[in-house]
Structures are given as C-alpha cells and as structure tokens.
Design a protein around this ligand. Structure first.
Ligand code: GLC
Ligand code: GLC
Length: 828
C-alpha cells in the first residue's frame, strides 16, 4: 500500500494522506540552520548542533506521536483546523504534502478555504521561511483567523529536558511589533538569540505556553486561545516560552493573502550584545535591550513573496546543479529515481548531520561519528569536494597520535566527546577510505600535506599523510594471538563488545570497562575481529596506492607486506570453509562459525573479504557469497547474522540483548547489505547484486509502505529480519551509512562508474537483461557522457571502450582537461 507517489520531474515525494504509518519527514537547511519537518509539520530546528543550539522543542516519545513543531491553526467561524491536519486533526477536505530538495509544501483545504504553507531554509541563511498562502475558494466572503506557534527550546536540548528545577524559571522574551524574540540566558553568557516574525501587523500574540494553551490541562490539539479565537497577549516569564502570532483575515471569493513567517537564529559579537536605546513599542521586563540588527536584516531579506520566490529558485538551482554532477538513465526508473534524486539527497543529509538528529536520533546523544562521518563522505564527496575536505580535516583533528581516535565529536566545538572515548577498532580505517575517496574524486593530492593536528598534540605540525600512516599502523600494532586485529570495545558493529562482560543494567556496552581488562588497557588482548581484518585488507590498498603515487615505494612495499600477511592470517584462522568467521571472543573461541550454536554466520566480514580476494584462489569468494544467499537472504534483504541469538551471551555484549530479528541481532542492517551488493558486483554477479539492491532501495519498497512504515524515499538503518515478528518493518530512517554505501554500491559497483587516482574507471556489473545504460558524470572539471552497451547480455566485462571515438585500453577514462567527452563502452 502506498501513501503517495514520486514526482520525479519536480524531484518531490508527494504524500496524499496525513496518516502515514510513521511521520515521514524532510530536512531543511544544509549549512548552519537545520529543520526537521514531518508531513504534518511536526519537527524541530537547531543551529549547527542539535544538542547545544536547539531552537525549538521536540518530545521524542510523545503520545500521540509527533506532537510539537511549528503549527498554524485556522479558526474559520468555529471550525479549527491545521493545514497539515495535526495537531487538531480536523478532517480536511483536501491534503497534500510535497517533500522536495530542501523544502516542504503542506497544503490543506477546509470549507472552501485553502492554506498552502511552503517551508524552506534559504541558502546561506540562518532561518526557516514559512510562506502561507490563504485562498478563499468558496463563493462567500470569509472572515477567519490564523494563529502561528513555535515552542522555544532553552538551547541545550539535554538540559532542556532534564533540568526543570532551573529551566522553569529562566525563560525570557522580548516583543517588538510582529516579532517575538527568544532571549533566554542572553543577558548572561549567551550571545545568540532566536526570533519568530511575520511580515504583517498582528492582532495579538502569546509568548507563554500555558497561556496559549489555556491551562495546563489543554494540549496542542485544543489550545484554548485558538478555540476562543482570542489570544491572551501573554508575556513569558520562566516556564515555557513560545511564540505565537494572531492575525485576523478577510478574503473575498477567489481572493488570496500571503503571509511570510520567519523563524530565525542570530549571534552577536560580545561587544555588540545590547542596544543602547529602548524603542517605545518594545515589550520587555528587562532593563537591557537585545541588539536586533541582525534579525532586522534577516527579516528584510525575505519579507515579500518576490524575495521568497527568489530564495526558493536559488535553492532549486543549487540542487539542480548538485544533482547534475552524476545522473543516469537505466532501464529501471526506480534506479534512476534513487541515483539521480533521493539517494544523493540523503547523502547530503547524512554528510551534514552524521547520526545526530532525526526522528530516531535525539540530537542529544551523538554528535558526529568518526566512523560514520568518514563513511558518509564516500557517498557525498562528488557533490561538494571542498566541504568533504574541510570535514576530513575536522575529523582527523580528533585523532590521537597513536592512530586511535575519539569515536564522536560535537559539531559546534569540534572536540572529541570524552564520555564515549575511543578504542573502537575499526575507526581509523574509515579515514583511509574517505581520504582516498576525496583524492580520487578531486585529484587534490595537496590534502596529504595539509597541516592537521592530533588531539593530543593540538599545536604540533602534522600532515594528513601522517594521519593515514598512524591509522594504518594502529591496526598493525594491535594484533591478537591469531594475527588478527584486536576487537577492542567494538568494531563497525557497536553491539559486538567482546571486552565488556556487563551484568549490570544501565552499563554502556561501549564504554564500560570490565575490571578483567582494566589492567590490560581497557580491552581484551585475546578478542579479535575478522571484520576489521577484512576491512584492513580492503582499505589498505588505497593507502598503498597513495604512497606509490607520491613516490614512497619503500613504504608502499612495507604496507603491502602487512596486507598480504593479514590475508594469510585470515585464511589460516578466520575462514570457516564456506564463509569467514566474525571474531574470536575473549576466551579465544570462534564467533560466527559453524561451530557456534547460534549466530553461525555474520554478514560484516564477508563483503570486504571477497573484495580483497582473500582465498579467491581456492574459491573462498564464491563459496562465501553463496553462503550469504543461503543463510542471510530473505524477502526484505540480508539479515546481519543467522541464526538469531535467543539467549544473553555475556561474552558478546549488546548484540544478544536485542530480540531476534531486530537491530544487530539478525535485523536487516541495510548498511552492510551494501557491502554484499558491492561484493556480488565485484565478483561479476550483476544479477545477484541487483536483486539485493532492489530488496532494500526505498523506491522499490514503496509498494509495501504499510509494512515498511518509514519513508519510501530514503534508507533506514534497519528493517525487521526474518526472525522478527515485525518482519519487513523499517526503523531509524534517514541517518544511516546505508545512504553513502548504497550510493557507492549502485553507482560505483553496479553501474561501475568509479573515480580512481588516475582517471574515471567504468566497469559495470549489471543485470544481464539490461541492454545497457547511459550516464553523465562531471569529474575533475570535465563532463563525460557515458554510454554502456550490452549487446550480448552479460553481467560484467568491458570488451571495448572509446573516448571521443578513440579506443582506450582497459576501462579507465583518462582525466581530460575540461570540455565534454563521449565515452562508449561495449560489454561482452
Ligand atoms: C549505527 C551506528 C554505526 C554502527 C552501526 C552498527 O548505525 O551509527 O556507527 O556502525 O550502528 O552497529
Ligand atoms: C549503534 C547501534 C545500536 C547501539 C548503539 C550504541 O547505533 O545500532 O544498536 O545501541 O550503536 O551506541
């Protein structure tokens, strides 16, 4: 069952019922100011950091779900309704929500009155613009009123939802004309404020939440002021400050009125925090006055429909241009839709927000993840390489000089989060992969010489190349008894915690140090990760390639020897006959092996082992891929492990705490489905690769939206696996490494358009039924029009390639100096 449809021409998903199986959201903003907005206008906004600069409040585990946001209420002669249906939930005569690239349009109609609200964050602007167009489509004059509402968060979202003894007494506002200012804590230590304005006179306002709602017994679904059609002109003083404008409107039949609201954020320099004069119309309880110059300028910028139209046009232009860098035309319009629009869009969002703020990530717990952000770059780097470069330097600066790193950092402070710490065994390797991806995309070898400090030597002179070096050797220097990398607190799988042994509720599986291992430095020196071993042999060659390219042949040979040794160690100790084992636990027992009672096979090491060609000479790759098909494949994707754990295995950590079929315990973790898609494509099995791709790519699951529940235009982290009672149900949509990795899987492995150090490699591995496809790829200043022909209906194998009509040996298109070039490839 569907709840909408794709409008590819407008790059929108159009939702035609407010009652989607879960809130279906969009992200507005891609630089400083961010908003989340659901199809019923729920959501919240923040500046840069969802924890430290939260602007509006949101309650995650609210009942009913998705209560709170920025709402408009219309009171049309006693009928109270919202353009987005919620929170009053008056049945609408018409409803539509269009989520587009950086904007959302919500439209509702009731009793002949139509309200169309366009929400967007303009480029280079720290505010959300909300344009409300009210149209009287009836035959009679309409007199009605419109209330706006936004509930302020008291800045630190963590403190806001815990420290009530203080917070219920700190809220402060100023009101000037039609603008309500949120100045809580401004006088003292903050230099930032927020405001909510409308480009018209108002007939009243509210700034105190309880006054707006009427009493503490009313909710957002029945605010007393709205029902009475009478604002209370309240002035917040402590408790919960809000911003609500009240406006009376009269419209003749056919007449329209446009109101533009702006929810903005601004910062003042320390010496310009206060205004010297108090305007006569300013309402305040304070002796000091906020300097509002920045807000005035922001308000001025979008105070007419023409200016709003220009801002929207600029946003559209930005997205058209970003999406023109890579697009394809294949025999399957679902593939085109994912590759050309939604997957790339999601890659921007994951690049911006890592795993911080979604409808499943509270914005409080995790800032930017070291491993997450590095992987996000893989899917994003072609869009804006310069931003990827800046991010790489930020991330690398949280690394320690021994190659270890902070697992997370706050985007506002760019400092590693001490409470989560480090010692995640996979982290350093992702940086090799992302820096290599950046160089392959941009050809900017200069990044290797960029000065990038270590967290434990902030003033030292260090280069990015040094960071890659310590990353690589952090693995080599931390091997266990079988010569495999130590598993430490966790590897990619946050829930395999082989050094934890937690038996006390509430202990964090990732940070708790079992006394057993305290003396050894915090983790077992026995437990090893075969996954990190495979990731090492997969990423290591990129490091070797970099060294060779810059003329460090000896270092390259030394690194290559480590890779070869690791492959040997894996074959000797981690190949189980038909697949690779997952780990050795702290007792030295195999995990993810035929010998195990449960969890006999895990997905994670397999793809990277296959792509590293470990044991290829003895057929390990095909055996492994076949085992995945046999044990992990099911209707909705590949489960993470099989059989699911049914008991608590204290020596494995968090993984077995999940009911079977969910999350890391045999859920369909789409992120690592992508690694198998890549591996199948790599091994030349394009049909299998495509089968797995089409099981999880959202455009393909749209038809089962009622089962899947989450947005059909973006990936979620997890789908209930075959052992789950909610088999096929998606969770944790939006912020997942699946976005980047499935972008890599489809574009670089299946379609095979893969940037390389010395050119653009084109080596597709497609369904045999396809006649071919075309692609446009802008790469290092030139545009390549690529045509792939598949006359013999093979999966893989470039028979011939031409560049502007001239034959090219192999399948790497050399770097051209600007211009547009025709690349033709024949498979066979
Ligand atoms: C989450 C985390 C990611 C981790 C994965 C598996 O998606 O963000 O870092 O690798 O879970 O545990
Ligand atoms: C990842 C995992 C999740 C785990 C968390 C711990 O997000 O997906 O299951 O609880 O990491 O930080």
């Amino acid at each position: 069952m569907k709840f909408g449809y794709f409008d590819d021409a407008n790059k929108e998903y159009v939702i035609n019922s407010p009652k989607t199986p879960y809130p279906w959201i969009n992200y507005l903003g891609n630089q400083g100011f961010f908003s989340l907005i659901s199809n019923t206008a729920g959501g919240y906004c923040f500046y840069k950091d969802a924890r430290l600069r939260r602007i509006t409040r949101y309650r995650y585990n609210n009942v009913p779900i998705d209560m709170g946001g920025r709402y408009f209420y219309i009171n049309d002669n006693g009928t109270v309704w919202n353009p987005g249906w919620s929170p009053v939930k008056t049945e609408l005569d018409e409803y539509q929500c269009r989520h587009g690239m950086g904007y959302t349009v919500i439209e509702g109609k009731k009793n002949g009155l139509k309200a169309e609200v366009t929400f967007f964050v303009p480029q280079n602007y720290d505010g959300e613009v909300q344009q409300v167009v009210l149209t009287n489509e009836s035959n009679e004059t309409k007199n009605f009123s419109i209330f706006s509402i936004a509930e302020w968060c008291l800045w630190d979202a963590q403190d806001d939802c815990t420290n009530f003894q203080r917070n219920f007494s700190t809220g402060r506002v100023e009101i000037e004309g039609s603008t309500i200012y949120h100045v809580t804590e401004y006088r003292d230590r903050r230099n930032h404020y927020a405001f909510y304005t409308v480009n018209d006179t108002i007939d009243g306002y509210d700034t105190d939440r309880d006054a707006f709602l009427g009493s503490i017994y009313n909710g957002w679904n029945n605010p007393a002021t709205v029902e009475a059609d009478k604002p209370s002109n309240s002035f917040a003083d402590g408790w919960s400050p809000v911003a609500s404008h009240y406006k009376k409107v009269t419209l003749a039949p056919g007449e329209s009125k446009t109101l533009i609201y702006i929810l903005g954020y601004a910062e003042n320099p320390q010496d310009k925090k206060f205004a010297s004069e108090k305007p006569a119309n300013l309402l305040t309880r304070e002796a000091w006055v906020l300097n509002k110059e920045k807000a005035y300028a922001m308000i001025e910028k979008y105070n007419t429909p023409e200016k709003v139209a220009a801002g929207l046009a600029e946003l559209r232009e930005t997205w058209n241009s970003l999406l023109s860098i890579f697009n394809v035309h294949t025999p399957d319009d679902k593939v085109d839709r994912m590759v050309n629009i939604w997957n790339q869009y999601q890659c921007m969002v994951t690049f911006n927000l890592s795993r911080s703020a979604s409808y499943f990530e509270s914005g409080i717990g995790r800032g930017m993840g070291f491993r997450d952000s590095n992987q996000d770059i893989l899917g994003f780097v072609h869009q804006i390489p310069e931003r990827a470069r800046e991010r790489l330097i930020d991330i690398a600066s949280t690394q320690l000089s021994d190659g270890g790193c902070y697992h997370q950092y706050q985007p506002l402070t760019k400092k590693g989060n001490a409470d989560i710490g480090g010692d995640f065994s996979d982290d350093p390797l992702w940086m090799i992969l992302s820096v290599a991806a950046y160089i392959k995309e941009s050809g900017d070898w200069g990044i290797l010489d960029a000065n990038v400090p270590f967290d434990d030597d902030p003033n030292g002179q260090h280069t990015m190349l040094e960071h890659l070096n310590v990353s690589f050797y952090h693995i080599v220097n931390n091997l266990g008894p079988h010569g495999l990398p130590l598993a430490m607190r966790a590897d990619w799988n946050d829930c395999i915690n082989l050094s934890c042994f937690s038996d006390t509720p509430g202990e964090s599986f990732q940070t708790y140090t079992n006394p057993k291992f305290k003396a050894e430095g915090g983790y077992s020196k026995i437990a090893e990760s075969a996954f990190v071993a495979a990731l090492f042999t997969y990423t290591g060659p990129a490091y070797v390639g970099i060294l060779k390219h810059i003329g460090k042949a000896d270092e390259a040979a030394k690194a290559q020897a480590e890779i070869d040794k690791m492959k040997k160690n894996v074959m000797e100790s981690a190949f189980d006959g038909d697949w690779f084992i997952r780990a050795y636990d702290a007792y030295g027992e195999k995990m993810g092996s035929k010998e195990c009672e449960e969890g006999k096979i895990f997905i994670e090491p397999q793809g990277f082992a296959v792509m590293s060609e470990i044991g290829k000479e003895v057929g390990a790759d095909i055996k492994t891929l076949n085992s995945i098909d046999k044990y992990l494949n099911c209707e909705f994707g590949l489960v993470l492990n099989n059989p699911a754990f049914t008991k608590y295995y204290i020596q494995y950590g968090e993984i077995s705490t999940y009911p079977g079929g969910y999350k890391e315990n045999a859920g369909i973790f789409t992120h690592n489905n992508a690694w198998i898609i890549c591996a199948e494509a790599y091994a030349g099995r394009g049909d299998k690769a495509f089968e797995y791709y089409s099981k999880i790519a959202p455009a393909f699951t749209e038809e089962t939206s009622d089962i899947h529940k989450t947005e059909p235009y973006v990936y979620g982290q997890m789908i209930g696996g075959k052992d789950a009672s909610n088999f096929g149900q998606g969770k944790n949509s939006w912020l997942t490494g699946t976005a980047a990795w499935n972008m890599v899987a489809i574009s670089q492995y299946i379609l095979g358009v893969q940037p390389d150090f010395d050119g653009l490699k084109v080596d597709p591995s497609i369904p045999a039924a396809w006649d071919g496809f075309t692609a446009v790829r802008k790469f290092r200043g030139a545009t390549y029009n690529i045509t792939v022909k598949n006359p013999n209906h093979v999966n893989k194998g470039v028979k011939s390639m031409t560049l502007d009509g001239n034959a090219v040996q192999g399948c790497v298109v050399p770097v051209c100096d600007g211009g547009t070039h025709e690349v033709e490839i024949v498979l066979g």
